[in-house]
Design a protein around this ligand. Structure first.
Ligand SMILES: Cc1ncc(C[n+]2csc(CCOP(=O)(O)OP(=O)(O)O)c2C)c(N)n1
Ligand code: SF4
Length: 309
């Protein structure tokens, strides 16, 4: 990386350590989960412990055979036990006088379905941990099955497109609103097209996780499952923000505020046309998706306005 590039890009100002992962790891080319896993320690330093479970993150976080692919501390759990194991670990570290931040790092299946109950419990108890979910809107590690974070109309291997059904028939669980209603100490959305925004939120997350529960929801399109050219993944993240499909915001104790405001949102089709997962949607299907995006954005905006009074 040349000095000129570093000077132009202010995100480098947030880095406190070098990349703690080895150069070549077993994630698919262009996967934003890989970028997130590398980015988090660069911004937060190495006094963190990742806690994860079976998901696409696991093979690399776990290492292979006797070899590790990174220099971080890592605790491997079952899918149902991430938030509760992280709770025990963070309490133990504090009790024994060790100042380390515990970060759960799971996919949306782990967060919104399989491990939801312990996640909800940890949020309610204001456990001093960060729960980061990289949301690729499905169970990718096992072959792109639908999760409750999969949006209506999306084609997955369990919601295929055929003569009878045209992708998933029900909308995604509104996980962000569910978590907001837990009133965590801090929560935020982030994605890889807005790295400075992401870095600021990570710093805040680390600080505020000393006081209570922190939830970070990272939009993370899967090039393999969504059928996106790997060089277009960051553009998909950017377009998710520009269409309000994935707005960027944060909240302390349940009071949300936007961190990026989109002056003139683009139609959602500008996002969907970048991938094959929605390629079968006709005009009615696209209108349905647009309606859902508008409704969710409008609910969020109402809460932002109420919180600012
Ligand atoms: C309790 C339990 N149910 C199912 C599985 C099988 N399983 C392993 S990885 C995986 C997919 C996880 O999906 P997600 O959490 O969304 O992460 P991603 O694979 O998308 O990274 C599943 C279902 C398991 N290991 N444990
Ligand atoms: S299947 Fe998708 S989410 Fe999993 S490593 Fe590959 S690109 Fe990333």
């Amino acid at each position: 990386m040349t000095e000129a590039i570093k000077k132009r890009n202010r995100v480098f100002d947030y880095f406190v350590t070098e990349d703690l992962f080895s150069g070549g790891v077993a994630w698919c080319a262009g996967c934003p989960l890989e970028l997130t896993a590398r980015f988090v320690p660069k911004v937060l330093g190495n006094d963190i412990v990742f806690v994860s479970c079976p998901c696409c993150a696991a093979p690399v976080l776990h290492g292979q055979n006797l070899g590790a692919w990174h220099k971080l501390s890592y605790l491997s759990c079952v899918m149902t036990g991430v938030a509760s194991s992280a709770t025990g670990l963070s309490r133990y570290l504090r009790r024994s006088g060790q100042d380390a931040t515990v970060i759960c790092f799971t996919g949306d299946g782990g967060a919104t379905d399989v491990g939801f109950q312990p996640l909800s419990g940890a949020a309610e108890r204001q456990e001093k941990i960060i729960y980061l979910v990289y949301d690729n809107e499905g169970y990718m590690n096992t072959g792109n099955q639908r999760s409750s974070a999969t949006p209506r109309g999306a084609a997955t291997t369990t919601t295929p497109v055929g003569k009878v059904k045209r992708g998933k028939g029900v909308p995604a669980k509104n996980m962000l609103m569910i978590m907001l209603m837990h009133k965590p100490r801090y929560m935020a959305t982030a994605t890889l097209s807005h790295l400075e925004d992401f870095a600021k939120k990570l710093k805040k997350a680390k600080e505020l996780s000393k006081e209570g529960f922190v939830y970070l929801h990272v939009f993370s399109p899967c090039p393999v499952g969504w059928r996106i050219d790997s060089n277009l993944v960051i553009e998909v993240c950017r377009m998710a923000v520009r269409t309000n499909y994935f707005p960027l915001w944060e909240a302390e104790f349940g009071k949300p505020r936007f961190t990026v405001e989109v002056a003139s949102p683009r139609p959602v089709v500008e996002f969907t046309k970048l991938m094959r997962k929605f390629a079968h949607l006709d005009e009615a299907g696209l209108a349905e998706l647009q309606k859902q995006v508008d409704e969710r954005y409008s609910l969020l905006k109402t809460l932002v306005e109420a919180a600012s009074k």
